[in-house]
Design a protein. Sequence first.
Length: 292
Amino acid sequence: MPSPWRNVSLHYVALGDSTTVGVGDPMNGSSTTDLSGAGARPGEGWRGWASLLADSLASTHRVTFSNYATSGATVPVVATEQLPSTGDGPVDLASLIVGVNDTLRSTFDAGRIREHLNLCAEQLTARGALLLTVRFHDHGQVFGLPRWLRRPLWHRIEQVNVAFDDLHARFGGIRLDMADYPEVYRRDFWSVDRLHPGERGHRKLARAFADELAARGLRIDVRPELDCAYRPPSKWANAAWLVREGVPWVGRRANDLLPWAARMALTQSLPSAEGMRLRPKKREELPPVLRT
């Protein structure tokens, strides 16, 4: 068992994008519909899973929690901007959840994603950190995208997943496979935008990591509650978000993703439905393009 588990103090740093910022889980149950997260910083109107986990750890330990996540962050941003901000001192826990924003950009580069993730993992584990990561689910299914667009998006997500597979094999830590949780495909797991977890989703993430940490011998007296403290957004809030944020967001992302998706659909032989299973477990089961 790692020596930090025998200490009463824990240093936990969180790196990532708007999900780790906490977007989708407003503090005090605010009815805000602006879930774009533009410019959002941790604690500025948002709570989120990382903060919930830190509060839970603080039920037993003296916790130093620093959240460096930024909304809209890509993997290179985490490696070049967030990671240096963590300093060079010892770290006990480090969450590294990022990559979805990369899949929605025309600049998507699987090789660069792998390089930057490995840089983060190397530096954090060298400082003593246990890594907390995830394997992403099929976001296209949650969004309700048409098959011609869902398939190329999943193709990119799986390339990010393979990078995290390699990271986990090399550096260990705790990794949640989101496709193992059926509630991920339920509407009440998500905020109004279906991109960020809602309060229920954030609570589930925090609880799942706490359970895994406890299974590794870390004492946690009070684990994150699964029951929501606030009501989900109303139908009116859903409609307001669609007009104010949803349509403009789709327009911005369409400029990046749609042309590439259309080209892929027309020029590449897409895998069969059988080959598009959501969770290939072994590297050799993946199409060759995803092994690179």
